[in-house]
Design a protein. Sequence first.
Lengths: 412, 242
Amino acid sequence: MKLAIDIGESFQIAISAIRANKARGVLTTLGIIIGIIAVVLTMTAANGLHNQFRQSFAAVGADVIYVSRMPWVVMGDFFTYRNRPAIELREARELEGRLRGRGIVNPSMSTQRDVKYRAETIDAMRIVGTTEKQMLVSSGRPQSGRFIMGSDVTYKKNVCVIGTNVRDGLFGSANPLNKKIKIGRAVFRVIGVMEEQGGSFLGGPNFDRQIFVPITSYVKAFGGQRGRQSVNISVKAPSKEAMEDFEFVVIGEMRKIRKLRPAEPDNFSINKLDTLVGAFNNVMGVVLLVGLLVTSISLFVGGVGVMNIMFVSVTERTREIGIRKAIGAKRRSILLQFLFESAIICLLGGVIGIVLASLLTAVINTVLMPASVSVSIVIVAVTVAVAVGVVAGFVPAWRGSKLDPVEALRYE
Amino acid sequence: MNNIETSGSTALSLRNVTKTYVMGADTVHALRGVSIDIDRNEYVAVMGPSGSGKSTLMHLIGCLDVPTSGTYSLEGRMVAEMSESQLAEIRNRQIGFVFQTFNLIPRSNIFHNVELPLVYGGVGKAERRERTELAIKRVGLTDRMKHKPNELSGGQRQRVAIARALVFDPSIILADEPTGNLDSKTGDEIMTVLDGLHDAGQTIILVTHEDYIARHALRTVRLLDGSIESDVKNGLGAGGNH
Ligand SMILES: Nc1ncnc2c1ncn2[C@@H]1O[C@H](COP(=O)(O)OP(=O)(O)O)[C@@H](O)[C@H]1O
Ligand SMILES: [Mg+2]
């Protein structure tokens, strides 16, 4: 009860004190405003990146191991990877045989071709040769029509399943099913359209700009193997928990297939969602670091400004402190009074910062990437602003609360 | 006399109280061994030349400060043994201060200025409103409740200060030259208010330079250079001077 009254009084004093010094309050909060903008933008960017990453790689299964010639994220000397032999379809089949009953194996190859339907052309679509097992190792599903079947692969059918961007580009709103399109120089019949996967992430593949064809037709049409195109092998582990052990099994079998001697290094790479997550975390780390740096510098500067203003405020109101103490204010009451003032100044700065950051986010949303300020970000920003206010106001408030009442009353 | 201290009518009692200020190399003896007892419902004027220690004495009695040596008991409680927070509570509930310079909070309106001791005392809102309005009514400023202090005359401001001093029903009202900043006519008005409070049972201690102000009180204590020079009952009934 007593504390509640104290808080109410402190709040009132703070508001009227700030009202009396509007310009000064706003000026000192500039650092806080910038700091809060930095907080909000950093968190919004991090959120946005995270969402986009999840969306973009939803098709990459967490329980799938990808065996390919190159690592997804190249570290170190690129040329050691260049000299590796391409993975052949034959090797993929052999791996499938060796892992039978343990993991599902799907080979795939990809290249880029221009794609045509009547007068419409789209350049450089990603053409993926795969099998019906694609459905077992990836989460992407057809939204209309069907996916490639075993018989399409066996009989080298020229059929294809297209991504939403391909459909929009070639057909607009017309129905693409059973239409014949030209991929490079070969003609394929559209048998399905994949669900939308979301855009590309930081230059990564855009799954909506893909066309799936049977891997056998792919080899026939785009000459895969002779052009030393390497096969990517997706291997689905029995479970997510078994991933780590299973990775060694896959490596072991691949080494046997390639007859590598114990001293020889792997001449293929194992890729996982984890690899991407690692790379993503690096990007995220940089974003967060820069954000944190800008945030802490501006909040520090802002905090020092607020501390200064609070020292001025305490000094200006020395006599008032004396009066309040003379009529029974305890140290706690005086301390609270100034802490509130400081916190409210920073809160005002924080609110201004949040508003400005929201406007900036709206701009980012239209020109750069999907982004929005969430409620949790606002809560964090408000908390940070108030915390800065409390920290910055503490020493001045403490000093004010310790003033000797008689001395304070004599202050002119 | 011991029976005075134990009697139920004693409001406060000082024994050999000294107050020394050390300012660098200088030591100022503001009070040099003051002993005084004041009963409930007394009306005391403290007089003496400037620098004689009147304000210092008021500060000690009002628990704004503590003696360098000596003992002070207020309503039977030893002040020297109290914590800062307990002193604040005493100032809040038992003491009502009236200053020469009014000392109102400029940004707050009259109502809030008067209400403030109740706020610090943790009194609930409804009771605060009732007591505040009553106190303001007692000094005749009900129509000025929403005004800021700078919209009032000096005499009105001092009446607000008196309302604030009495709002929590203190044991003692301490007024340090309450008329010092007022013309004599306004000063008289203030004294009329204080006289009224005394008639209603309030204990009042008042510092003044003016004899005509001091004559409102029933007892006059004269300080000189930090010591009590004289302590006499006023008026005819007591058989003292005048
Ligand atoms: N806070 C203080 N620090 C130093 N000296 C003080 C202080 N307060 C009062 N004094 C000194 O103590 C003496 C008594 O002062 P005061 O009680 O204010 O006298 P009065 O109110 O009778 O004019 C004076 O000499 C004054 O200068
Ligand atoms: Mg004085």
